[in-house]
Design a protein. Structure first.
Length: 114
């Protein structure tokens, strides 16, 4: 059983920054990919960013140039640095990992005020 624990969410003004963390109970390099998703009420969960085991990254068009995904394998932690936040970034952010199975964290709320 894999556990993913997110942290770092909160309330920030537009233009501000937050860094989300996702700490896994196991070696994050054992996962094929780790990703951040976000979801707002009434909408489908959408992919924000991902980082593959080899280190390749990808981003949703809406966050390119503002968000950066990274990892610290020694800490079994993946980060999402979010800069120049805007109210449309308000959502619950979820960490996701895949190793043949899919694992989810419990989510962390990010609220951006205008």
């Amino acid at each position: 059983q894999v556990q993913l624990v997110e942290s770092g969410g909160g309330l920030v003004q537009a233009g501000g920054s937050l860094r989300l963390s996702c700490t896994a109970s196991g070696n994050i390099l054992s996962f094929n990919v780790m990703r951040w998703f976000r979801q707002t009420p009434g909408k489908q969960r959408e992919l924000v960013a991902g980082i593959a085991s080899e280190g390749d990254t990808n981003y949703a068009d809406s966050v390119k140039g503002r968000f950066t995904i990274s990892r610290d394998s020694a800490k079994n932690t993946v980060y999402l640095q979010m800069n120049n936040l805007n109210p449309e970034d308000t959502a619950v952010y979820y960490c996701n990992a895949r190793d043949g199975r899919i694992w989810w964290g419990q989510g962390t709320q990010v609220t951006v005020s205008s």
